[in-house]
Design a binder for this molecule. Structure first.
Ligand code: APR
Length: 180
């Protein structure tokens, strides 16, 4: 059942006109490179201003404002989507520092925030598989497993779209989803 609620595309997540796109942010919420940079560039300055307000509210959180495995939600500025969910993936350190559970937390917390706002269609990038160095195949397995589990629990979420920017991730997801 939950397999039919999953879609896979290769492209630029900033162009996704969905209820929420997920940003692979860093704990400061200050913006950065990769998909974080692309989202902030496309959204315009209002997104950064909102992130700074949230960062100020969460400034005393250890490892924060947004620790790895956690997520916050903002508006979307000039992006075609309605919201941006900023989640912070784990930096890959060999796999023995709880990276798997932290990465699963990114998907789980993002979908929890979406469900709480009655958002129905959410697009994810391949969190942690760029600068943070998480091996792509392992990350894809965590992502799919966690999203399948969440979709079973939260039927109000209608669709999750995995947006792969790079070809390697796209091929891995195609293989794992059995897309010929
Ligand atoms: N649309 C969709 N996916 C994208 C886009 C885009 N426009 N640009 C890059 N990506 C993909 C990358 O190909 C990679 O598969 O996003 C995935 C995550 O890569 P990063 O953006 O490097 O994110 P991550 O590995 O989680 O590292 C986060 O990088 O940009 C900084 O501020 C960010 O410090 C944080 C760190």
């Amino acid at each position: 059942m939950s397999e039919t609620k999953i879609e896979l595309i290769q492209g630029d997540i900033t162009q996704a006109a969905v209820d929420a796109i997920v940003n692979a942010a860093n704990s400061s919420l200050m913006g950065g490179g990769g998909v974080d940079g692309a989202i902030h560039r496309a959204a315009g300055p209002s997104l950064h201003e909102e992130c700074m307000r949230i960062a100020q509210e969460l400034k005393d959180i250890p490892g924060g404002p947004c620790p790895a495995g956690e997520a916050v939600i903002t508006g979307a500025g000039m992006l075609p989507c309605k919201n941006v969910i900023h989640t912070v993936g784990p930096v890959w350190q060999g796999g023995g520092r709880g990276e798997r559970e932290l990465l699963a937390g990114c998907y789980r917390k993002s979908l929890l925030l979406a469900a709480g706002r009655a958002l129905k269609v959410i697009a994810f990038p391949n969190i942690s598989t760029g600068v943070y160095g998480y091996p792509k195949r392992e990350a894809a397995s965590v992502a799919l497993e966690t999203v399948w589990e969440c979709l079973e629990k939260r039927p109000q979420i209608e669709k999750v779209i995995f947006v792969c920017f790079d070809h390697e991730n796209f091929q891995i997801y195609r293989e794992m989803l059995g897309v010929v």
